[in-house]
Design a protein around this ligand. Structure first.
Ligand code: HEM
Length: 141
């Protein structure tokens, strides 16, 4: 479970992330598509070039959803309930892909905010994004 210290680390770093959602979300998606090309199959007809408008627009949606979750750290499942239905019941995204995206979100934050990405923040983000992954996949069965 997230501790009070985890929550304050997440809220602090997420202020920076949420103020440039297309930049962070777009870079995380771009890294995921590059490092794990199998994730491209969820996005037919997508333009996978760096800084493509589609990647940035979708990245913004992802980060905005995480911003919403970051405001409800005591009830992440509830905050992402509709997203959970979408990903598990409609899109049927391979559940293994969530950890690929969340890993790339962490790498993106570490690369962009090296001074803020200390060990405790890393740990807190890892716990937060693991909880998000659980929230989005627990309805698969
Ligand atoms: C759509 C969030 C992980 C594939 C979306 C949307 C959001 C979102 C906010 C837009 C929903 C709407 O338009 O109403 C997230 C979050 C994730 C996550 C927070 C985890 C941190 C993934 C992963 C994949 C994926 C790992 C596949 C590799 C998709 C697809 C769509 C979508 C295919 C629909 C795109 C479209 O046609 O517009 N997601 N997502 N998502 N997501 Fe995710």
């Amino acid at each position: 479970a997230l501790t009070a210290d985890d929550c304050s680390c997440i809220k602090a770093i997420w202020q920076s992330v949420s103020s440039h959602p297309d930049h962070y979300g777009g870079e995380a998606l771009y890294r995921m598509f590059l490092s794990h090309p199998q994730t491209k199959t969820s996005f037919p007809n997508f333009d996978f070039d760096k800084d493509s408008p589609q990647i940035k627009a979708h990245g913004k949606k992802v980060v905005d959803a995480l911003t919403e979750a970051s405001k409800h750290l005591d009830n992440i499942d509830g905050a992402l309930n509709k997203m959970s239905d979408l990903h598990s019941l409609n899109l049927r995204v391979d559940p293994g892909n969530f950890s690929l995206l969340t890993h790339n979100i962490i790498v993106t934050i570490a690369d962009n905010l090296p001074d803020k990405f200390d060990c405790l923040t890393h740990q807190a983000l890892d716990k937060f994004l693991a909880a998000v992954g659980c929230a989005l996949t627990h309805k698969y069965r």
